[in-house]
Design a protein around this ligand. Structure first.
Ligand SMILES: *Cc1c(COP(=O)(O)O)cnc(C)c1O
Length: 239
């Protein structure tokens, strides 16, 4: 009895949180980041109609994706958003209903991805973003300069006609975390990613380039700068 009541309350509060964030979105998409959330919460989010979930560790994603798969929830879309070591690539690519990877952060990793994808994905398609470093924080990973990004894009372009399983979707970035000027620094990160997109659209023949930017604390700023995918965790799942 107690349990049913608890989960009803939880369902109510998740419904409320999701509605609140979704109201801000416009045409942008919401990736619900589940790295601190138990499976129970994920199933409730699924129950209220949510399908896009993000994880930042391969092992956790594998466990959660397997649990969804076993329940018969096969229309879920998993987004990998965390730091990726190339020795985990095979494990990641085998995950059921993996939809996109937001965190391809170097040319080396991009090359590995292309090397492994055809075999590991077994006919499934996968979208990916290049992660770009738009703030000066040491620990952040990502492409460091426009030159590096352009090199990666040429690599992608050269393989465009090979009809492989991979599709380049756009750029991902994170705003600065430890700063006294949080809003200003976030705005400047997101603006520089939008500028990069505009340059690339000008210099290459990509039809469209999406932006993955914005977390719980800064997703509204990201939306104001044209984000297409916000990755929100705590604002949805904390009580
Ligand atoms: C954890 C995480 C998020 C979500 O963070 P919240 O502050 O909980 O919304 C978004 N993107 C990445 C890459 C993350 O690791």
């Amino acid at each position: 009895m107690m349990n049913i009541e608890n989960s009803e309350n939880r369902l109510k509060s998740l419904t409320h949180n999701f509605e609140k964030v979704k109201n801000d979105l416009g045409k942008a998409e919401l990736v619900a980041v589940t790295k601190y959330s138990p499976l129970k919460d994920l199933f409730l989010a699924y129950e209220i109609g949510h399908r896009d979930f993000g994880e930042n560790r391969v092992k956790d994603l594998e466990t959660k994706a397997q649990a969804f798969y076993e329940k018969g929830f096969h229309d879920v879309r998993w987004h990998f958003i965390g730091n990726l070591q190339s020795n985990k690539l095979n494990q990641l690519l085998k995950i059921k209903n993996l939809y996109s990877v937001h965190s391809i952060d170097s040319l080396r990793l991009l090359e590995k991805l292309y090397e492994k994808a055809t075999q590991a994905l077994k006919g499934k398609d996968l979208l990916f973003f290049l992660q770009v470093k738009t703030s000066d924080e040491e620990e952040k990973s990502g492409f460091n300069s426009k030159d590096e990004v352009y090199k990666a894009l040429r690599f992608i372009k050269e393989r465009e006609n090979q009809k492989g399983p991979l599709s380049f979707l756009g750029f991902m970035t994170m705003g600065k975390v430890r700063t006294d000027n949080f809003e200003q620094d976030a705005a400047s990160s997101f603006q520089s990613l939008a500028n990069l997109r505009d340059s690339v659209l000008n210099d290459f023949s990509f039809k469209e380039i999406k932006l993955s930017m914005g977390m719980s604390k800064d997703y509204k700023i990201a939306l104001a700068h044209g984000s297409d995918f916000v990755r929100v965790g705590s604002a949805l799942f904390s009580s």
